[in-house]
Design a protein around this ligand. Structure first.
Ligand SMILES: CC(=O)N[C@H]1[C@@H](OP(=O)(O)OP(=O)(O)OC[C@H]2O[C@@H](n3ccc(=O)[nH]c3=O)[C@H](O)[C@@H]2O)O[C@H](CO)[C@H](O)[C@@H]1O
Ligand SMILES: [Mn+2]
Length: 364
């Protein structure tokens, strides 16, 4: 009798043990940790040197408990103009054909949108690279960012550089900081722009995942001139390239060689997006950044480089995985170009630069 009871006890115990193990481990480390209010750091395959940061395995992340990323709430008593069903921008289209907002000045109320997103109080990461001579662009980018980029939000600028000592000290607003990540120098500018995908993937795995809710990838050779606010936030937000927002799809500078994984046929295409500003939820951005890295690796094995490097892979992804917000070229204009009447506000603009002088291997 006693041996019968103990055997069945053992069997029941083993059964629950296996059930428990399957429940915990099958959905993967991330699901497990999130279920218990933690986030996890998978072992990164690539190892950038992260300045002054200790490697953490599994850390408490109370932020996930505090707010839900998709909430659209604002506090009662907020005063703002009544939204109209009749009036709005008529000179431009402000919705895509998959019903996502196309954001222009005049299509949102900053008071309302700030109140909604402030309630969530998200952490925002900005990943920028300043390799070689590009460190010269850091000061103006950071100083103008402090005036115009998601003011009053929690922002960390992750500066990837091969030259830490040229990172300027810029006064940061409350809740805002700089984190420097050391990456190797490169001999070709193409390797820097594509390398961004590799080092960003590794550093999200190693560090950034624990520290942010939204992530933006940006070029450093730019200056903010006006509000770039919470209206830019969504699951995946992409910016229309200023050079192609009025052209036919056949003119988009997509990759047209079938041998590249970024190939898009002439009959397909929605918009041409810039790779100089893109953002979204951390995990959605991680997926996309990693996709660009992996696709460029496949291309490299086949001895081909996409015509506009990661921008070509980004455009391929966004054609078949639609962004949840499309931002007008207000969100990246260029000092090279005149400002047309439909661009009411230039929020950030690329600087005129001497390509031959600033790039390690010169020219375009
Ligand atoms: C407006 C626009 O569409 N920009 C894209 C265009 O940029 P650009 O022609 O503006 O390229 P770029 O010279 O600004 O390079 C892109 C970025 O890479 C970094 N960098 C580059 C070279 C270097 O030696 N050191 C360094 O740090 C830096 O952050 C720079 O802003 O084409 C590139 C690929 O060809 C990228 O797709 C850019 O996003
Ligand atoms: Mn640039």
């Amino acid at each position: 009798m006693s041996s019968y009871i103990s055997r069945s006890h053992i069997l029941v115990f083993v059964f629950f043990l296996i059930l428990g193990a399957v429940y915990v481990w099958l959905p993967g480390c991330e699901t497990f940790c999130q279920r218990f209010g933690k986030v996890c750091n998978d072992e990164p395959k690539l190892e950038p040197k992260v300045a002054g940061v200790e490697k953490t395995k599994c850390t408490e992340n109370v932020e996930w408990k505090k707010w839900r990323i998709q909430d659209l709430q604002h506090p009662p008593g907020l005063r703002y103009d009544q939204p109209s069903t009749q009036k709005g921008r008529t000179d431009v289209n402000s919705v895509t054909n998959w019903n996502a907002p196309l954001v222009w000045e005049g299509t949102f109320d900053p008071v309302v949108i700030d109140a909604i997103y402030k309630k969530m109080d998200p952490r925002v990461a900005v990943v920028v690279f300043a390799v070689g001579k590009y460190t010269r662009f850091l000061k103006a980018f950071l100083e103008s960012g402090e005036k115009f980029f998601l003011v009053d939000f929690r922002v960390t600028y992750y500066i990837f550089t091969d030259n830490e000592k040229d990172v300027p000290s810029v006064k940061m607003g409350a809740g805002r900081r700089i984190s420097v990540v050391t990456v190797p120098s490169a001999n070709r500018w193409q390797d820097v722009v594509l390398g961004r995908m590799k080092w960003a993937t590794a550093t999200i795995d190693k560090q950034i995942r624990n520290e942010t809710d939204y992530l933006f990838m940006m070029d450093i050779d730019s200056v903010f001139h006006n509000r770039f606010g919470a209206e830019s936030l969504s699951q995946l937000s992409a910016v229309l390239h200023r050079g192609y927002y009025k052209t036919g799809r056949k003119e988009f500078p997509y990759e047209r060689r079938r041998e590249s994984t970024a190939y898009i046929p002439y009959e397909e295409g929605d918009y041409y997006y810039t790779a100089a500003v893109w953002g979204g939820y951390l995990e959605d951005m991680y997926k996309l950044v990693k996709y660009c890295y992996e696709q460029s690796q496949v291309d490299a094995e086949n001895h081909i480089e996409a015509v506009w490097q990661e921008e070509s892979h980004l455009n391929k992804y966004l054609l078949y995985n639609k962004p949840t917000k499309v931002l007008s070229p207000e969100y990246l204009w260029s000092d090279y170009d005149k400002i047309p009447s439909d661009i009411k506000v230039v929020r950030i603009s690329q600087l005129v630069k001497n390509y031959a002088e600033v790039r390690p291997n010169g020219g375009h």
